[in-house]
Design a protein around this ligand. Structure first.
Ligand SMILES: [Ca+2]
Ligand SMILES: [Ca+2]
Ligand SMILES: [Ca+2]
Length: 588
């Protein structure tokens, strides 16, 4: 495993704002990677290299990012402006940086900002590393514009006064354990300006560390981290990733019971070394570095939508941020143990996402295919699509999307509904419960011979979340389905919001068992053996004597961690990952 997982939190840091850098399967299409060694290698597992092969021009052109960077040093609680990426690094030779610096302040270099910006914007065709050899370095959006803001200045100049940055995506690899005026100010900016905000949720070292705001905020895409496998060899760790684990990636729910994170991605990337223009170093498994990967992917989707007028509603000022969030979540890859809510106690219908991995792991190519499948409006919908629309309690109390499925056997229908929470536009940006709505998502199987007949296959209706998510096996005997967006029963007669803009994304995927070794290789060292059984027995006892807060270990998916799961694990004791190298003294 990587080094310690927790950033020491300086007592000088006001309001306990922390940097997050403290401590496979591609469900759809995985094209062969080019022979040329590319870094960051993590992009391969997320379908980003495959996406670039499908559309080489997707490099972030005409897309702007606002990157919020925190000063590394504080004196008497005052930030010392060492928040710049090191722009003299070779990988930034062609990057367009726009700095929004405080007036007449000298600035310094931040290793954290340097790494975040290299993952987003870096490009270096002739890079090398002492143990990895030569490689081609390419960040996610090397042709994008990079607007760099100092965190505290950004809060004062932009959040307090609600001046939206001149960018389409805001990314922040930092957070605060509690909601505050400025995290609500970010929620308000997302709601009122349509800005897409992506923020890390932190690297908790136990199940009780809360998800950090603004990643935990209602209108923000909160990102957790998928951990590298445990291997001696750096190249192996940079290329292979296991799961999101509660002890490394902060897990939900939030204090007010919302599901977070929204999505997870690997964080361990090769990134620019702030101290040498031609050097690169591994970042480690931090949500600080999975966050720019998700933000960068959002930027590529925006670039694509800008090029095609038929996709304009995916980036519309009203509802566009909900569409892209719905598409990202709906296309995410479910990793082993994905389960809505807590394993034992929660009703799947009221907890839309997994508390460790959210909707799953980012699938960039899947998100792209989902986006270009295009908008469908009721009543007739394609089998993959999205919509940006409104419902109204009196004029349009529900929206019905009917789709035909030619081969329902072994298919899964997934659907994601996203809307924004409402906040005031001035300090302290109080929530506006009188405008909020509680929406509900239903999936019906319909009799094609009698479209008035059918049965409710699944539904998602959380009272706390502004996301609803369905991931449901299709009925092999049914070829027609309806997705129904409506107001939750408890909200129909309520005094709350009369109308709501929402985004819906849906698709149909193969119900393939990915065969991942990480169902059994619980310590992710590439070998299923007695160490893994011991871990599972530990999980078993934790899940028995806690209030059901252990989230991994139910191998057969029956809602319990028990001896049957241990037996299944032991029956897989011969499994070895293809990257596994026996260590001296190990059997086989
Ligand atoms: Ca609901
Ligand atoms: Ca193992
Ligand atoms: Ca079980």
């Amino acid at each position: 495993m990587q080094s310690a997982k927790k950033t020491p939190v300086s007592t000088l840091i006001p309001w306990a704002v922390m940097l997050l850098a403290t401590s496979t399967t591609l469900a759809e299409i995985q094209l062969p990677i080019s022979n040329e060694l590319m870094q960051p290698h993590a992009f391969n597992q997320l379908g980003l290299h495959a996406l670039r092969q499908v559309e080489p021009g997707l490099t972030g052109s005409h897309v702007s990012f606002a990157v919020i960077c925190r000063s590394q040093t504080y004196v008497d609680g005052q930030p010392q402006n060492d928040y710049h990426p090191n722009v003299s690094h070779n990988c930034f030779a062609d990057t367009t940086f726009i700095f929004h610096d405080p007036l007449s302040q000298p600035v310094g270099i931040s290793p954290h900002a340097t790494a975040v910006c290299s993952i987003l914007f870096g490009q270096d065709p002739n890079a090398s590393h002492p143990t990895l050899g030569r490689f081609r370095y390419q960040g996610i959006a090397p042709n994008a514009d990079a607007h760099i803001y100092e965190f505290w200045q950004f809060l004062i100049n932009n959040i307090f006064s609600q001046v939206t940055p001149n960018a389409q995506v805001l990314t922040a690899s930092m957070g605060n354990p509690f909601e505050d005026w400025w995290t609500r100010g970010i929620d308000a900016m997302a709601e009122h300006s349509g800005l897409i905000v992506v923020a890390g949720i932190g690297n908790g070292d136990n199940a009780y560390d809360p998800p950090l705001y603004p990643g935990a905020s209602a209108n923000v895409i909160g990102v957790g981290v998928v951990t590298s496998v445990s291997a001696q060899d750096l190249a192996t760790r940079l290329a292979n990733f296991a799961l999101a684990y509660p002890q490394y990636s902060t897990s939900g729910p939030t204090a007010n019971k919302r599901c977070k994170p929204d999505i997870v991605a690997p964080g361990n990337c090769l990134a620019a070394d702030p101290n040498a223009p031609d050097r690169y170093q591994a970042t480690g498994d931090w949500s600080s570095y999975s966050t720019p990967i998700v933000a960068g992917t959002v930027g590529l989707l925006i670039q694509k939508a800008q090029q095609n007028p038929a996709l304009a509603n995916a980036i519309a000022r009203t509802g566009g941020n909900c569409v892209l969030r719905a598409v990202l979540l709906n296309s995410a890859t479910k990793l082993p143990f994905w389960h809505k809510g807590r394993l034992e106690t929660d009703d799947d219908h009221s907890a839309p996402l997994d508390y460790v991995q959210g909707a799953g792991m980012l699938n960039a190519l899947g998100a792209y295919i989902h986006l270009i499948s295009g908008q469908s409006v009721p009543p007739d919908a394609a089998s993959t699509g999205w919509d940006n629309n409104t419902i109204h309690k009196q004029q349009r109390p529900q929206a019905v999307y009917r789709m035909a499925v030619t081969e329902p056997t072994d298919m899964v229908i997934s659907a994601t509904l996203v809307w924004n929470r409402h906040f005031g536009t001035t300090y302290p940006f109080d929530p506006q419960p009188s405008k909020n709505t509680n929406l509900r998502l239903e999936l019906w199987a319909i009799d094609p011979n009698n479209t008035q007949a059918g049965y409710l296959l699944d539904y998602s209706d959380s009272t706390a979340d502004n996301v609803e998510h369905i991931f449901c096996r299709a009925d092999p005997n049914c070829t027609v389905y309806e997705l129904v967006v409506s107001f939750s029963q408890s909200d129909v007669q309520g005094q709350a919001g009369l109308a709501e803009r929402y985004a819906l994304a849906w698709n149909l995927t193969d119900r393939r068992d990915t065969g991942s070794i990480f169902w059994y290789d619980l310590n992710a060292d590439g070998s299923v053996d007695s160490e893994d059984s011991a871990i599972l027995i530990d999980y078993l006892s934790k899940s028995r004597d806690s209030n059901g807060d252990y989230l991994l270990g139910d191998i057969n998916g029956d809602g319990l961690i028990n001896l049957r799961d241990v037996e299944i694990l032991i029956s897989h004791a011969s499994l070895r990952a293809d990257w596994h190298k026996p260590v001296p003294g190990e059997n086989r």
